[in-house]
Design a protein around this ligand. Sequence first.
Ligand code: ADP
Length: 186
Amino acid sequence: MKAKIGRSVLELVEGDITEQRVDAIVNAANEGLRGGGGVDGAIHRAGGPEIMAECRRIGRCPTGSAVITTGGQLPARHVIHAVGPVWRDGAHGEPNLLAGAYRSSLQLAEEHNLRTIAFPSISTGVYGYPIDRAARVALRTVADYLKGDTRVELVRFVLFGRSAYDVYVQALQELADRDEAIQLVS
Ligand code: ADP
């Protein structure tokens, strides 16, 4: 599914983020940038040790923000490591922190002149954020960002598995129904 927002495109696909040929892929990282399971493990395995070496030099990244490294051997030139919140009950600032992870990633991409960026569904694996709620926050944050003055041309959400994809499709449809700046194109 695809939507036009301003001059940019927001796209949802089902797939593996490590295979994306974009300027940057986003990693769902932890504050210590130590790597781990899920999408984080997959990115470090596919990209090779250069990425972890840079993570070690950077050190830490607070929840709700992001840092950038090389993409190592990945088809993507860069990895943006964004730290989403661990879900507790929704009353501990989780939506703001999740929005912050997406917004910081987009701002970093902008600062580095990157035009195409792929996101996973941050926080919805080990961190336990309910995916329907996370999808609404993720899509609203990215859509609002793309409405502004940006040189980012493409934001692709790469959803791992059909059920995650379906949740994001539903959330994007609902968002587009209420916001005429979001034009569904396919
Ligand atoms: P978090 O700790 O932020 O919850 P996880 O990596 O555990 O991060 O999960 C985040 C999301 O990434 C989950 O929805 C998971 O299904 C998805 N995921 C796992 N591997 C990949 C991959 N190779 N490409 C895209 N998404 C992935």
